[in-house]
Design a protein. Structure first.
Length: 112
């Protein structure tokens, strides 16, 4: 996702979804370590053979997902595996999905 704007306190980074053109706030944890992107991609890369694409669910920000579930993001035409879940301030929830081509992306979950 493209970084659109960083807050004045550097506690919030705004990201823009290339598919829906919506905006998502990302608040990095103070303990987050910044890794070399190529090293990060190597450690978490997945292969198409690792994914059961026949049973993948279409991603929707209103859906709820379980860790290990396979999703398909229609805008990117990419498959991925849910690898983690997070809670954001304001009772918002996100999932982290490791996609084949897009890499590891944080997506919204359970919006009404």
């Amino acid at each position: 996702m493209e970084v659109v704007k960083q807050g004045s306190s550097k506690s919030v980074v705004w990201l823009k979804c290339p598919g829906c053109q919506g905006f998502l706030p990302y608040m990095p944890d103070e303990n987050d370590e910044i890794k070399d992107k190529s090293a990060q991609e190597k450690e978490s890369a997945i292969a198409l053979e690792d994914l059961d694409v026949e049973n993948a669910r279409e991603y929707s920000e209103s859906g709820t997902y379980e860790i290990g579930e396979i999703v398909h993001h229609r805008s990117w035409n990419d498959f991925g595996k849910v690898v983690a879940k997070d809670a954001l301030p304001g009772n918002r929830k996100t999932i982290w999905v490791q996609f084949l081509r897009q890499g590891k992306i944080q997506l919204l979950e359970g919006l009404d």
